[in-house]
Design a protein around this ligand. Sequence first.
Ligand SMILES: [Mn+2]
Length: 374
Amino acid sequence: MLSFIHTADIHLDTPFASLAELHERRQADVRQTLTRIRDLVWDKQVDFWLIAGDLLEFHGGRRSTAVFLQQLFASIAPIPVLIAAGNHDPWVERSYYRTMDWPANVFFFTDEWGVLEFPEKSCAIYGWSFPNAHYGDSPLAQFPGKLPAYRYHLMVLHGTLLTSEAEGHQPYAPFSLQELADIGVHYAALGHIHKPAQFLNPYTKRVFAAYPGSPEGLTSKESGERTVIYGTLSDEQQLHLQTIPVHTREIVKLDLPLAGAETNEQLIAKAEVLLAKVERTSLVYVRLTGERAAHFEPSLSLLKEHFRDFFSIQFTDKSRPDVDEDKLRAEQGILAKWLELLDERAAAAMDERQRKVAELARAEALRKIGGSLR
Ligand SMILES: [Mn+2]
């Protein structure tokens, strides 16, 4: 049997610009998460630690963080650490991956396909690193072929597996499921997409590739539990994957429906109920939604101050004032005229985009009208 821990998209030293003065604590959180992954590698005594890119930021990555990595990897020797660099840490000359001395158990794949052979385990591991930050071709087109002498074949690769999950991402190093399946590895340890995903081999209908996702949430989109993959390959070459939570701090996204609230005290009481069970160590993003009394303007700064015991909490107001449109129209005032014009505009929309613009303008108008009624 073979075993491995697979992780990717750690993004050490990413700037966390949106967190302002908290950015250094979040960077320390990411190092703590990586240390927790190291502990897993050690406790499970796996055969390999596979890291599929975007480990240490090339831009803004500090030498001291590279030293942290050297020591972390040395602490689990002789377990091999195999790293394929991604678009945030490409295999360029000035990379710490190339300018520093790494422990003997650390292997970096380069911008030409490479293979590491472990004859005593009858295993070959293939990998490729980004040559620069914007590589746009399929890396698999250059794959030189497997080494037939070995029983097990693994791959470590940063890139975009072209499925619906990849939509909206930069198509860096794109490749298809078919291309990957045709190479015929037992497992492809992928990186780049921060949302975890596992993929079925179209021939065998069994899982043969996965993105583990970012092990620590980096943006408000990366909420909830964050995991790494613990994988085993049996003597019969059956793959089994288990996801294990490793995050240091959880990102929590919640909607707070205002349901007619008309005082800040009511609003805070509602928020208390919503947030009662949320860990104070979390990063929390709360959206105010639904209708509120038209005369009431929620105070986001009061809310933030009230919940200052959270590590980080942000409120955004997406609520609507409960404007009585029929009454407004009946009064035939200037506000009714404005709504009429916007209705005409929406009716004349030529396409989806124009319709969307008209809708947004109407929502904004109602917001302003709500304000004028206060
Ligand atoms: Mn990436």
